[in-house]
Design a protein around this ligand. Structure first.
Ligand code: NAD
Ligand code: UDP
Length: 313
C-alpha cells in the first residue's frame, strides 16, 4: 500500500505524462497535472477529469508556479522534432526556464523532483551503445540544438540545485518510446509509419533507413520512471531508460507493414540534418540500481499501438 502523496506532473496531458498521471491516480495519489496543451489536448486525460484525486491546471512552465507538493515529475517539453523545431526559442525556454521554475518549487517545498531528460543529450553518438558516462556528440547550433542543448542545460541545473541546494533529484535519460496516446500527427517515426500503413499511404523513410533506434513500449518506461522516483536519495541518475533492442528504421517500416497487412510502399526522403545514425541504451545502471528492464518487445508493443491508432481513424 502506497502512502498518499501530492504529486505534480508537468506535461501531464502529453503522451508519457497522460500514462504517468493515470498510473499515479490509480495508486490513489493526489495528482496535479500542469500543461499548456502545446502538443496535446484534454483527450489524453479525459478519463481522469472526473476523478476527485486528479486536478488539471492550464499553465506554461516557463512561468513560476506556486503549489504545495511532495513530488514533481517534470515532463513538459515538446518531444517530436517537428514540434520542438516549430518554435525553437520556446523549446529552449521550456527546458531551461521550466527546469529553473520547477527546481525552485522543489527547493521551497522540499519535494523530490524527476527530470525527463533524453537520449538526445548524446547527440549523434560515437560510442555505441550509449552508457551514462558518455558525454555525447552534440551540435550546439543545429536544428536539433534547441531540444538537445535545452535538455543538457536542464541536466546541469538539476545537478547544480542538488549540489548547491541539496534538492533531491532523479534524472532519467529516456530513449525512443511509443504507444497509445502519441499524437497521430506529431511526426515521430512510430506514429507516422503506423498511420501511413493503416491508410495504405507511402511510408516516408528518411535517408536510406539504415539509421537505428531502440524502441521502448510506454508501459515499460512508466514503470522505470516510477521505480526511479521511489529509490532512496542516494540514487540521482542520470539513468538511461529504454529498450536495448535496436532496429534500423527500414526494419521498423517493414515490421509495421507486415503487422498492419498494409499495401504501402517505402518512399525515400532526405535525411534531416544532425539525425543521429545510431542509438541504443546501455541499461546496466537501470538494471543494477532499479532492478528494471523492459518486458514488452517490439512486435507485441507495435500490435498494441496499432490497435490504438486504428480506433482513431
Ligand atoms: P508530448 O509532446 O506528447 O508531451 C509533452 C507535453 O508537454 C505536452 O502535453 C505539451 O503540451 C506539454 N508542454 C510543452 N511545453 C510546455 C510548457 N511550456 N508548459 C507546460 N506544458 C508544456 O511528448 P512526450 O513524448 O510525452 O514527452 C514527455 C517528456 O519526455 C518530454 O520532456 C520529452 O523531452 C521526454 N522524452 C520523451 C521521449 C519519447 O520517446 N517519448 C524520449 C526522450 C525524452
Ligand atoms: N523517420 C523516418 N520517417 C518518418 C519519421 C522519422 O524515417 O516519417 C526517422 C528519423 O529520420 C529518425 C528516426 O526515424 O532517424 C526516428 O525519428 P523520430 O522523430 O521518431 O525520433 P528521434 O529522431 O528524435 O529519435
Amino acid at each position: 500500500m502506497h502512502s498518499r502523496k501530492r504529486i505534480l506532473v508537468t506535461g501531464g496531458a502529453g503522451f508519457l505524462g497522460s500514462h504517468l498521471c493515470g498510473r499515479l491516480v490509480a495508486q490513489g495519489h493526489d495528482v496535479i497535472c500542469v500543461d499548456n496543451f502545446f502538443t496535446s489536448s484534454k483527450d489524453n486525460i479525459a478519463d481522469l477529469l472526473d476523478q476527485n484525486n486528479f486536478e488539471l491546471m492550464r499553465h506554461d512552465v516557463t512561468f513560476p508556479l506556486y503549489v504545495e507538493v511532495d513530488e514533481i515529475y517534470n515532463l513538459a517539453c515538446p518531444a517530436s522534432p517537428i514540434h520542438y523545431q516549430h518554435d525553437p526559442v520556446q523549446t529552449t525556454k521550456t527546458s531551461v526556464h521550466g527546469a529553473i521554475n520547477m527546481l525552485g518549487l522543489a527547493k521551497r517545498t522540499g519535494a523530490k523532483i524527476f527530470q525527463a531528460s533524453t537520449s538526445e543529450v548524446y547527440g549523434d553518438p560515437q560510442v555505441h551503445p550509449q552508457p551514462e558516462g558518455y558525454w555525447g556528440h552534440v551540435n550546439p547550433i543545429g536544428q536539433r540544438s534547441c531540444y538537445d542543448e535545452g535538455k543538457r542545460c536542464a541536466e546541469t541545473l538539476f545537478f547544480d540545485y542538488h549540489r548547491q541546494h541539496q534538492v533531491r533529484i532523479k534524472v532519467a535519460r529516456i530513449f525512443n518510446t511509443y504507444g497509445p496516446n502519441m499524437h497521430p500527427n506529431d511526426g515521430r517515426v512510430v506514429s507516422n509509419f503506423i498511420m501511413q500503413a493503416l491508410r495504405n499511404e507511402p511510408i516516408t523513410l528518411f535517408g536510406d533507413g539504415s539509421q537505428t533506434r531502440s524502441f521502448c513500449y510506454v508501459d515499460d518506461l512508466i514503470e522505470g520512471i516510477v521505480m526511479l522516483m521511489d529509490t532512496g536519495d542516494e540514487v540521482i541518475g542520470p539513468i538511461n531508460l529504454g529498450n536495448p533492442c535496436e532496429f534500423t528504421i527500414k526494419e521498423l517500416a517493414e515490421k509495421v507493414i507486415e503487422l498492419t497487412q498494409s499495401s504501402s510502399s517505402l518512399v525515400l526522403h532526405r535525411l534531416p540534418s544532425d539525425d543521429p545514425l545510431q542509438r541504443q541504451p546501455n541499461i546496466g545502471e537501470a538494471k543494477s540500481k532499479l532492478n528494471w528492464e523492459p518486458k514488452i518487445q517490439l512486435e507485441e508493443g507495435l500490435c498494441k499501438a496499432i490497435q490504438y491508432f486504428e480506433k482513431m481513424l
